[in-house]
Ligand binder design. Structure first.
Ligand code: ATP
Ligand code: MG
Length: 247
């Protein structure tokens, strides 16, 4: 069963149609890239998945459950994380404090939903584990705003991971980065999200091929092609419409 699915999603803005029946099915652990020209509807599709906008027609399923009308926070509680822009770091909080706040917010959510679990690791232990995973043990007392660029990215990922997401959505995570920063980011995301379901919108094909196994190509609000990345790379329609290599 798919962990995330969209069925026949249609959307328009003030009568101007931008999505024309998008079917997407992502399995658990899959690494999917969504590519397509500017204005193809990629971000709009993400907004339907996260609940920022409700589609005019069609449905969104999370773990087989229809969540089309569920609000953003409900979906986030159920494991859908939109990173990393949304989890902006707090410039005046230290790395430790930021991660601790994220762990606590997750726990308050979980405690509301389930009965408290005995033997749960302490909040501090969990924060220590996160610090180790993102490699910021030595920066634990540094304020977020004073971290080096790559360390800020690592902290943002840490804040997302603190919520134990099941599906991570990234919209152009390397936009505006230098090629060196991009490479760093790809390595970091790859390492820190191993085994998780990842859906990434990206223009940079190096990032796409570095992070994704499967690709969906959106074109004027429709799915032009979808499949394993090698197949998509060879797809004549895709080459012509998007990669600009029509033969
Ligand atoms: N809130 C909005 N109100 C009106 N029109 C919108 C809105 N959001 C997006 N659009 C329009 O919908 C279309 C799809 O936009 P969208 O942002 O989803 O494209 P995209 O594939 O993410 O493009 P890019 O690669 O440039 O980020 C565009 O024509 C855009 O102008
Ligand atoms: Mg976009």
């Amino acid at each position: 069963m798919s962990i995330l699915e969209t069925r026949d999603i249609h959307h328009d803005f003030h009568g101007l149609a931008v999505l024309f029946g998008i079917d997407l099915a992502v399995t658990e652990g899959e690494r999917r890239a969504i590519i397509g020209p500017n204005g193809a509807g990629k971000t709009t599709l993400f907004n339907m998945i996260t609940g920022k906008y409700i589609p005019k027609k069609g449905s969104v399923l999370l773990d087989g459950r229809d969540v089309t009308k569920r609000p953003v926070f409900w979906r986030a509680r159920h494991g859908l994380a939109r990173s990393f822009q949304i989890t902006n770091i707090f410039p005046r909080q230290t790395v430790f404090e930021s991660l601790r706040a994220a762990v606590l917010s997750k726990r308050s959510i979980r405690l509301n939903l389930y009965r408290p679990v005995t033997g749960m690791t302490s909040v501090n232990e969990e924060v220590e584990g996160l610090l180790e995973r993102i490699g910021l043990q030595e920066q634990r007392s540094v304020q977020g705003g004073l971290l080096a660029y790559g360390q800020q990215r690592a902290l943002e990922i840490g804040l997302t991971l603190a919520l134990d997401p099941r599906v991570i959505l990234l919209d152009e995570p390397t936009a505006g980065m230098s090629s060196e920063e991009t490479r760093y980011m790809v390595d970091l995301v790859k390492r820190l999200t191993e085994g998780m379901t990842l859906i990434i919108i990206e223009h940079d094909m190096e990032v796409v091929f570095g992070l994704a196994d499967t690709i969906t190509v959106l074109h004027y609000g429709e799915v032009l092609a979808s499949g394993p990345k090698d197949e998509i790379q060879q797809d004549a329609k895709v080459k012509e419409a998007y990669l600009g290599e029509g033969d």
